[in-house]
Design a protein around this ligand. Structure first.
Ligand code: ADE
Ligand code: ZN
Length: 326
């Protein structure tokens, strides 16, 4: 691993905490909670992680999340990820969680939220990792379901900085959630949304214009609309790009085909992120390493990407500066 990648202070802005569930922990939690897994070994799980598209990944990701049952499970999951952050010089992280994945199978919202936020607090105190929490609505479920989830989150607003939109993109445009996002913003939440991962540039426009998001998660299909690229550059709307994810989910055939460097060279506020590190082959530094090698990124590119991650974070200018200096 290049020493610059290792030592650069970085922020991560696109990580689904359920996507940091490593196969070893999946086994431990399954055993702890008396759940039978359809796999006999860690190697068998790893062998199953061959995806053709987003949906083929999501099917395994939602199945894996079933082993999470108790507040301690959510704590352990989050703590393991924060230890990775500390080891990789990730000074700040903005974590997504998918409450509907858990409340739909009968877990109380409170269990999920308490476990994650207790670990985040311990991470601040014991690991010096700064963090925020973002609630993502599952877009394959209804807007009414999302609205009910938002209402469940209101008592926890001091611990949740924003809301986002994830899960199956195609057929579920941002416009479906306009009223939910209007309400979320009125309640004081910041907003982000996955758009332009598999979906067309129109979904990115909808996220910007209808959901009024501060950042676009993925957004790599913006290149198909030059006016959109201009807009993203002019307004410096951050894109939280996830290179290993994009190749694993066949958004790009190989890492050498990835458009991250093109977008960076066009002056867009591109950031690097891991998305679901336990499923896609690496945490933040492994994503940096993969693009540095495949796209011949310079030290100046790497430094720019790290700087962008703090500029795009939901932090005051003073905190951005403090954390970026490390
Ligand atoms: N949930 C977890 N990872 C995701 C991704 N890459 N796209 C959409 N939803 C997700
Ligand atoms: Zn994602």
């Amino acid at each position: 691993m290049s020493s610059l990648i290792q030592t650069l202070p970085k922020a991560e802005l696109h990580i689904h905490i359920e996507g940091s569930l490593e196969p070893e922990m999946m086994f431990t939690l399954a055993q702890r909670n008396g759940i039978e897994l359809p796999y006999a070994s860690v190697a068998e799980i790893q062998a199953a992680y061959q995806f053709e598209n987003l949906q083929s990944f999501l099917d395994l990701y939602y199945a894996g999340a079933q082993v999470l049952q108790t507040e301690q499970d959510f704590y352990d999951l989050t703590w393991a990820y924060l230890q990775k952050c500390a080891a990789q010089t990730v000074r700040h992280t903005e974590i997504f969680f998918d409450p509907q994945t858990h409340t739909d199978r009968g877990l109380p919202f409170e269990i999920v939220c308490n476990g994650i936020t207790a670990a985040l607090q311990a991470g601040r105190e014991q690991l010096n990792v700064s963090s925020h929490l973002i609630l993502c609505f599952l877009r394959h479920l209804s807007a009414d379901d999302a609205m009910a989830t938002l209402e469940q989150a209101l008592p926890y607003q001091d611990r949740i900085i924003g809301v986002g939109l994830d899960s199956s993109e195609l057929g579920h445009p941002p416009s479906k959630f306009q009223a939910v996002f209007d309400r979320a913003r009125a309640e004081g939440f910041l907003t982000v949304a996955h758009a332009g991962e598999e979906g067309p540039p129109e979904y990115i426009w909808e996220a910007l214009k209808l959901l009024k998001v501060s950042r676009i998660d993925h957004g790599v299909r913006c290149v198909e609309d030059p006016a959109l690229v201009d807009y993203l550059g002019e307004h410096q709307i951050p894109l939280t790009v996830c290179p290993l994810s994009n190749v694993k989910l066949c958004v790009f055939d190989t890492m050498a085909d990835h458009n991250l460097k093109t977008l960076l060279d066009q002056g867009l506020c591109v950031t690097v992120n891991s998305d679901d590190p336990a499923y896609f082959g690496g945490y933040l530094n492994e994503n940096f390493e993969a693009i540095q090698t495949a796209l011949a990124l310079t030290d100046a590119d790497l430094t720019q990407l790290a700087q962008n991650s703090f500029r795009a974070a939901f932090l005051s200018a003073a905190d951005q500066q403090r954390l970026a200096i490390g």
